[in-house]
Design a protein around this ligand. Structure first.
Ligand code: DX5
Ligand code: ZN
Length: 227
């Protein structure tokens, strides 16, 4: 079985109790904290920035995976690196100089990822696959949690999986949007090895006090064990 990673998107967490939510979700067996940064410019929503990343950093040793939905990209990269991000991903359309942005992220000591919207072609990988550490396939249009999985993302995942395997480097293939217990196995079969899930995870724990996510994280893992 592949080394599957579950990455709760804190976009769907209770922001009034963000620290507790992060501690609970990691204690429930999740692997990565997915940190969605939206700027009300590249995407029509506004979320959290480096100060929040810095505030949560001491709470966990887990990877903080910063998904930048911002334009421009470069100015904010060092701030997230200083705030303790481990991975910084960006949308290639949002950067004038993609190779330079990748270099900047790595110079700052972080792993670099490229994010593909549902209609963004994969040719952005052509000359940089040997430099990146993560490919993030969006299975919804970016900007909001709780949207429906777009099935075409499965074909895209298969195509990227083939390219990653052919290149032989250790590149994480993450999927983001509409991931649920009932589709995660099919998504894994298409080649993903990291699974962002926001609403599926955080809505499952909201009726327990304090919030616990063991059941839903366990259910996601049980589905992955069938792959
Ligand atoms: C959307 C974000 C996602 C989102 C996923 O722009 O990048 O990370 O929070 O939420 P769900 O899992 O609810 O689709
Ligand atoms: Zn995201």
């Amino acid at each position: 079985m592949a080394n599957y990673r579950i990455a709760p998107s804190i976009l769907s967490a209770n922001f009034a109790k963000l620290g507790e939510e992060i501690t609970a979700v990691i204690a429930s067996g999740a692997d990565i904290i997915h940190f969605d940064v939206m700027d009300n410019h590249y995407v029509p929503n506004l979320t959290i920035g480096p100060l929040v990343c810095e505030a949560i950093r001491p709470l966990t040793k887990a990877i903080i995976d910063v998904h930048l939905m911002v334009e421009p990209v470069d100015r904010i990269v060092p701030d997230f690196a200083k705030a303790g991000a481990n991975i910084i991903s960006f949308h290639p359309e949002a950067s004038r100089h993609i190779d330079r942005t990748i270099g900047l992220i790595k110079e700052q000591g972080c792993k670099a990822g490229l994010v593909f919207n549902p209609a963004t072609p994969l040719h952005y990988l052509d000359h940089v696959l040997d430099k990146i550490d993560l490919v993030l396939i969006m299975s919804v249009n970016p900007g909001f949690g709780g949207q429906k999985f777009i099935p075409e993302a499965l074909n895209k995942l298969r195509a990227v999986r083939a390219r990653i395997d052919a290149c032989g480097r250790d590149i994480m293939l993450e999927v983001d949007g509409g991931v649920k217990v009932d589709n995660i196995a099919e998504i894994a079969r298409a080649g993903a090895d990291a699974f962002v899930a926001g609403s599926a995870i955080f809505s499952a724990g909201k009726d327990s006090d304090p919030h616990r996510y063991d059941t839903v994280v366990g259910a996601l893992r049980a589905e992955l064990a069938k792959v």
